[in-house]
Design a protein around this ligand. Structure first.
Ligand SMILES: [Fe+2]
Length: 213
């Protein structure tokens, strides 16, 4: 009984927006399904190609900038027909990472999986999930493909003598569309964040992890 008696005190002293029972929300409505389906029919996705020359040019441009955060040297192949998803296809994206010789990105993780394919160079990845007592080192070279499962710490290391370029396939757009894309960057439970207007990964290592809610 003690808990029930305390219920009315839950919001005592707090600023709160009250929505009374029966009040209509201006941004809601009811719709018959024969009206809903035509409106919900997805936009046709046109076939598309991203030219290697353009990708390579942009990769070289970002290869000369400093790295403020993990995965900073990363471009995304966007298809405009995916609209809000900003994907290469609906729900998924292809990205490309470039690492200069000797560079190692910071360990981080996200709830999107990542499939990697090496276009150029040699190096290795260090990965570890919550159930692994020890990290796994995966060495890679041109043509290799590997998987980083969702919510697994990972970092890329270029220990070769030339630039490394890695193609990545991820489901970031699907998770973002569900408002459920989560990053931990850099490693540390205090850095677990939902990607939102208030938090964008990589933007600024010093500032990105200190946004007040
Ligand atoms: Fe990543």
């Amino acid at each position: 009984m003690a808990i029930e008696k305390e219920a009315h005190k839950v919001l005592d002293g707090k600023r709160v927006n009250v929505r009374k029972r029966g009040e209509k929300f201006a941004w809601t409505r009811l719709m018959p399904d024969d009206e809903w389906y035509p409106r919900a029919a997805p936009k046709t996705i046109r076939p598309a190609r991203w030219n290697w020359a353009d990708c390579h040019k942009m990769l070289q441009e970002i290869a000369t900038s400093p790295i403020p955060g993990a995965d900073r040297r990363f471009i995304i192949l966007v298809h405009d027909d995916t609209e809000e998803m900003m994907g290469t296809a609906p729900g998924a994206l292809i990205g490309m990472t470039i690492l200069n010789p000797g560079e190692a990105l910071k360990a981080h993780r996200h709830n999107s999986f990542a499939i990697y394919h090496v276009i150029q160079g040699v190096g290795f990845d260090v990965m570890q999930n919550d159930d692994d007592p020890d990290p796994t080192k995966i060495e890679w070279s041109k043509g290799d493909t590997w998987l980083c499962p969702a919510w697994t710490y990972h970092q890329h290391v270029n220990d070769g003598d030339e630039q490394a370029i890695i193609l990545t396939v991820q489901d970031f757009p699907l998770l973002a569309a569900q408002r459920n894309l989560i990053f931990e960057e850099p490693r540390g439970p205090e850095n677990i964040r939902l990607v939102s207007k208030k938090f964008v990964p990589h933007r600024d290592t010093a500032g990105s992890f200190k946004v007040d809610i």
